[in-house]
Design a protein around this ligand. Structure first.
Ligand SMILES: CC(C)(COP(=O)(O)OP(=O)(O)OC[C@H]1O[C@@H](n2cnc3c(N)ncnc32)[C@H](O)[C@@H]1OP(=O)(O)O)[C@@H](O)C(=O)NCCC(=O)NCCS
Length: 166
């Protein structure tokens, strides 16, 4: 199952055929500004494999988001993440730098929120965000999240946990 298409975007599972686009996305210093480092082509291949494992295990993961004409926009979707030792359902999003600021992440994240509400048995949805990543925090706010806690478990010392009841 996939989130419903939105006005401008559709979702599909990522496959190894997406490696060029995913390596460009995750290798872009602007997109990875708030991550410990950019990702290599091998990292991007592992990212795709991780999501394919998630589709098989859970029925969801990060999906490719593309325009209705098939133009690659980025990825967005749902994963289980450890927040201070507790597994939590997270919505995540990465948008190609050339498409930033056009509302694509908000549109995709809202569709994932609605998918989680309709199809999954989860009480809460979170977004785990670097404290300086204002654009990401804004997307979380715009889909209805508020600041919940700090996460101390990841590679980044403290991350903001935004969340909402589903
Ligand atoms: C976070 C990200 C996905 C947002 O994608 P996007 O499609 O540009 O997001 P939207 O256009 O839907 O909304 C962005 C919001 O952030 C705001 N914003 C963007 N940069 C900002 C900044 N530096 N300071 C304040 N607000 C900012 C925009 O104005 C917009 O809010 P508004 O509608 O109230 O004006 C994109 O910046 C990205 O891919 N970043 C790199 C990957 C990443 O950090 N992902 C999140 C990991 S937690």
């Amino acid at each position: 199952m996939l989130p419903a298409p939105t006005t401008r975007l559709r979702f599909r599972e990522m496959t190894p055929a997406d490696l060029d686009d995913m390596a460009d996305l995750l290798g872009d210093p602007q997109v990875m500004e708030f991550y410990p480092a950019t990702k290599s082509r091998d990292d991007a291949a592992r990212w795709i494999a991780w999501n394919q494992d998630n589709y098989a295990a859970h029925g969801f993961g990060l999906w490719i988001i593309e325009t209705h004409a098939g133009q690659f926009v980025g990825d967005c979707g749902l994963t289980w993440q450890d927040v201070n030792g507790v597994p939590m359902l997270e919505v995540g999003y990465h948008v190609r730098a050339t498409f930033h600021g056009q509302g694509f992440a908000t549109e995709a994240a809202a569709a994932c929120r609605d998918f989680a509400r309709a199809a999954l048995d989860a009480a809460e949805l979170v977004a785990i965000i670097h404290p300086d990543n204002i654009a990401s925090e804004r997307v979380a706010q715009k889909i209805g999240m508020t600041r919940r806690a700090d996460d101390h478990g990841g590679a980044i010392a403290v991350r903001t946990v935004m969340g909402m009841t589903l």
